[in-house]
Design a binder for this molecule. Sequence first.
Ligand SMILES: [Zn+2]
Ligand SMILES: [Zn+2]
Length: 170
Amino acid sequence: MKPLPKFKYFKNPYVDGVFEAYESVCCCCGQRTEFSYEHSLGPFCPWCIETGSAANKFNIKFIEVSDCPIDVPQEVIDVLMRKTPAYSTWQGIKWNFHCKDACLFEGDLSVDEAKNPNWQAVAELMQKFGLKGGPDEWKDISDNYRVADPSIFKFSCLHCGSIFYKMDIP
Ligand SMILES: [Zn+2]
Ligand SMILES: [Zn+2]
């Protein structure tokens, strides 16, 4: 099997349940694929998403980009919308941007990291909920945290390494 394509802004879509490990026939290229992306048009293989051929052929976007900083170049937005698979979410995708680029989506926050988090990222997340983001308040969340319950997604900046957490509430 040829190596699976990598996505600049999505760290591991093969373990995050975005591409499911089952065999199907890609509705774009007609090839068999062992990893399939569920789409209302039919399954897509990772290659047809990564190269943009699925987006071009069917004139679709995978990710809707809203409230993107104005200093982010259009090419970045195009890669995100047309060549990056979407992660599943309750609230709709809100990608994170930093240093004039899209951030890397790292999936759900791990339980280990919840116990030993990046405090800057915690403070920013808690601020959105009107909390101070101190260790005590975070402890209430992290003590009960299981992966995806509640959904806390992690992004990192590809340039300066800053970490961001986003909470997704049903
Ligand atoms: Zn394909
Ligand atoms: Zn940055």
